[in-house]
Design a protein around this ligand. Structure first.
Ligand code: AMP
Length: 434
């Protein structure tokens, strides 16, 4: 019997690989993208936060919303003793939990946090949709200022731009404040109820529980029905409308183009005011690269006695990689060694170990043969690993304390004293033969 990874998860190997018909970039590509996220977030003055993968189930149920697909259908949850655990399906509720638990407001000012890490949802796996996937995102906590919404969107878009993904579309909507939604829910319900028999089973259920979710239906018949529906943006109060206008104003000042989409509601219950989604036209069915919005009511939902206004985005790495591939952006492969030590004979095989160690202490990426293979096989290995130089050492070289250094791309070869190897390899230039 052999084991395989669970469907909807994947291994990240040193080199690009295939998993269930999809390409999985290698670890170096992941690190490059992660580093870019760290760098861009630093430019936006965001600080990293890391929260556990395991959270109390109730946190997610309350935070994300009992009636959402995520909570009602997609949670990996289990019990041990009296404790109910969930593998986090998203990171906003956990970050808000940490903020409240550690009284981060006492650090003063606005908390600008970002995260990178795995999330888990029991969805039907397909291209761009996994059961373990990876998100990065930011949360600006402690301000109701519309400029924070614009900063969030700007930070999100800056990551894609820094990586070279340019073919993206930003959709924007406002869900209004806490009074807008309940009022609009009833208006929408009244509009849809006479047509209930034309709705799918799922939408009929939503009509009862959470009619807003019908708005982002993909069903053509339902879309046609919705074309004449009253729109939430038409029912915004003066404050909510002014707020929305200000966000749009800021985005224009930042030269961020957007398309307003009155049907954008997002699948999580905690949003108020601004919601947005970033899409790539190159991703097929799973077109959402990232999404987010303002969630001023979440903290109270999680038990806070005071309101904690906040706004954030969440983005998926897997779909980012799909967008990078679609735009043919080259990503770095595995780092190759600067030197590969080739040992000829037993004595040399022993001596290259401390020699490699000395080079590594000088910061030289050094590989060597660990199988006692022939010189030809070792040279082939140096080549396969794209080493810049092969450093060849046999009995004569040991006696003279000099190595034969071969530049792999040109084949040029020069003798270099052991004492000068590190310096020479660091420059990457072969000295001219003395
Ligand atoms: P959401 O908050 O559900 O909109 O998720 C934010 C982003 O995470 C999405 O835009 C996707 O890029 C990514 N994402 C969400 N669910 C999955 C999944 N099951 N597999 C891969 N990526 C996902």
């Amino acid at each position: 019997m052999t084991f395989r990874n669970i469907t909807g998860t994947f291994d990240v190997l040193p080199d690009e690989s295939q998993s269930d018909g999809s390409t999985v970039p290698g670890t170096s590509a992941w690190r490059h993208v992660e580093r870019t996220v760290h760098d861009v977030m630093a430019l936006f003055n965001m600080q990293e936060i890391r929260t556990p993968v395991l959270e109390p189930t109730e946190l997610i149920a309350r935070g994300v919303g009992q009636l959402t697909d995520i909570v009602s259908k997609e949670m990996f949850a289990f019990e041990r003793g009296d404790t109910h655990y969930v593998l986090r399906p998203e990171v906003t509720a956990p970050v808000m939990r940490a903020y409240l638990q550690h009284h981060l407001q006492q650090r003063g000012g606005v908390q600008k946090l970002y995260y990178i890490g795995p999330c888990f949802r029991a969805e039907r796996p397909q291209k761009g949709r996994y059961r373990q996937f990876h998100q990065f995102g930011s949360e600006i906590i402690g301000t109701p200022d519309p400029r924070a919404d614009a900063e969030t969107i700007a930070a999100m878009m800056a990551v894609y731009r820094a990586l070279g993904v340019t073919d993206v579309r930003l959709r924007l909507n406002s869900l209004g404040d806490e009074t807008t939604r309940p009022t609009y829910k009833n208006i929408l319900r009244e509009y849809l109820e006479p047509h209930a028999h034309q709705l799918s089973k799922a939408s009929q259920e939503r009509l009862r529980t959470n009619p807003l979710r019908i708005l982002d239906t993909k069903d053509e018949k339902e879309r046609a029905l919705l074309a004449g529906a009253p729109l939430l943006v038409e029912h915004l109060g003066d404050d909510a409308r002014a707020y929305y206008d200000e966000v749009k104003h800021c985005l224009r000042d930042l030269d961020i183009s957007y398309a307003e989409d009155p049907f954008l509601v997002r699948g999580l219950d905690y949003y108020t005011h601004t919601t947005f989604e970033l899409e790539s036209p190159n991703l097929g069915a799973q077109s959402a690269l990232a999404g987010g919005g303002r969630y001023d009511l979440l903290a109270e939902e999680l038990g806070s006695s005071v309101r904690v206004p906040a706004v954030g985005f969440a983005a998926g790495f897997e779909r980012l990689f799909l967008a990078l591939a679609a735009e043919q952006v080259e990503l770095p492969g595995a780092a190759s060694p600067q030197a590969f030590l080739v040992a000829l004979g037993d004595e040399a095989a022993r001596r290259v170990l401390p020699l490699a160690h000395a080079l590594r202490r000088e910061g030289i990426r050094t590989g060597l043969d660990l199988k006692g293979r022939s010189m030809k096989a070792q040279m082939r290995e140096a080549n396969r690993q794209s080493a810049a130089f092969a450093v060849i050492i046999g009995d004569n070289e040991l006696a003279a304390e000099r190595a034969q250094v071969k530049r792999m791309d040109t084949g040029d070869q020069v003798e270099v004293p052991f004492s000068e190897l590190a310096r020479m390899l660091a420059t990457g230039v072969l000295p001219t033969q003395a």
